[in-house]
Design a protein around this ligand. Structure first.
Ligand SMILES: NC(=O)c1ccc[n+]([C@@H]2O[C@H](COP(=O)([O-])OP(=O)(O)OC[C@H]3O[C@@H](n4cnc5c(N)ncnc54)[C@H](OP(=O)(O)O)[C@@H]3O)[C@@H](O)[C@H]2O)c1
Length: 332
């Protein structure tokens, strides 16, 4: 199919990296089973890494980032999909080394595609995006350990970021007493509107790094930042409690001792939303559209931007300055 479309394109340049909006042809998209017209996408930390050429995300440039896409099937030659189906694609290789959601069309394997739940619009889905899917997986992992609201306070770190803010809102809606761990003192009112009962500052979360154990406080932790903050969170978990680990906004390293594990029986639960089997992704999206539908989802919105406007948001999210979610309007 010969069809011109608009896409954000990142490429190496003499200055380092250039991001621009270009015309592309559907015929030049990678091979795949399902051609999708993208309506909405979103901004995740990883998208900014890819768009600005940071190592370890995208190998080949020029490239169109965007790990999230929601839109309508144009044509399909495999799987259950037919023209007109509304779908979501997140993760796998989308936006990594396969052209992603920051273009008006994507072509992907049939087994990357999730049906858009009936109760959701494409915009609703991308207001959550990979961040929402990941937050839901973190919350589900904690619930699977038997955690319930009467057990005590649950800490969410990186609470003003995409994953963190959605985790705060989800946990609060499920009746938990949520403490928002954040570096943004000015986000207090907003985090409380999302459902946090109180805040704890980044300095406090980092205090006592040299100690093997700290005073137990948390019944559960959703960590999105890694490093010393995660290690301290493990040291402050109550006996037998669990923390989920999904991100590394602060650091990819974890230095500490085994004492929280062997003296307090705590658990560290890894969460991955990228390679997660498709049937589980579908189930989580259905739950996000129904029982866990967020009453306060619009409060998560940091900005709704065009592809052109999105360019300004890459440095902001890399600097940890974005509060909530950036929605990207892709269809012209
Ligand atoms: N495992 C997976 O499948 C998966 C899926 C999605 C995302 N992730 C990862 O999860 C992390 C969060 O993603 P996101 O999309 O929510 O990113 P984000 O919107 O950029 O949020 C990250 C938040 O972390 C905090 N932060 C930033 N720099 C920090 C630092 N140096 N020290 C301590 N805290 C810092 C900030 O919140 P405060 O100012 O409130 O502290 C920031 O808003 C990223 O590392 C991302 O790659 C993993």
């Amino acid at each position: 199919m010969n069809q011109l479309f608009r896409a954000l394109r990142s490429d190496r340049s003499e200055q380092g990296f250039d991001v621009s909006i270009v015309d592309r042809n559907v015929a030049d998209l990678p091979e795949g089973d399902v051609l999708i017209r993208v309506e909405w996408s979103s901004l995740n930390y990883k998208d900014a890494l890819s768009a600005t050429g940071k190592p370890g995300v995208t190998r080949q440039y020029p490239h169109t980032p965007g790990v999230d896409a929601a839109g309508v099937v144009v044509s399909a030659n495999d799987g259950p999909w037919k023209a007109g189906d509304k779908v979501i694609v997140t993760g796998y290789d989308l936006g990594m080394n396969t052209d992603g959601g920051y273009g008006e069309y994507i072509r992907v394997p049939a087994d990357w595609v999730v049906k858009l739940p009936q109760e959701m619009s494409c915009r609703d889905a991308m207001l959550l995006g990979t961040a929402g899917l990941t937050a839901a997986l973190c919350v589900e992992s904690l619930l699977d350990t038997g955690l319930s609201p009467d057990h005590g306070e649950v800490l969410v770190t990186g609470a003003s970021g995409g994953v963190g803010a959605i985790a705060v809102a989800l946990l609060a809606q499920l009746g938990f007493n949520v403490v928002a761990g954040t570096g943004k003192a000015d986000a207090e009112d907003w985090l409380k509107q999302l459902g946090a009962s109180s805040l704890v500052g980044r300095e406090e979360l980092q205090a006592g790094v040299a100690k093997a154990l700290l005073k137990p406080r948390w019944a559960g932790v959703v960590d999105t930042v890694g490093g010393d903050i995660l290690m301290n969170a493990l040291k402050t978990l109550r006996y037998g409690a669990s923390a989920t680990c999904c991100g590394m906004a602060a650091s990819g390293e974890l230095h500490g001792t085994v004492f929280p594990f062997i003296l307090r029986g705590i658990n560290l639960l890894g969460v991955d939303s990228v390679e997660l089997p498709l049937d589980i992704k579908q189930q989580v999206w259905e739950v996000l559209a129904s029982e866990w539908r967020l009453e306060k989802s619009e409060q998560l919105l940091a900005a709704e931007v065009s592809l052109m406007e999105l360019v300004d948001w890459f440095p902001r999210i890399l600097a940890g300055q974005v509060r909530g979610r950036v929605l990207v309007r892709v269809a012209s």
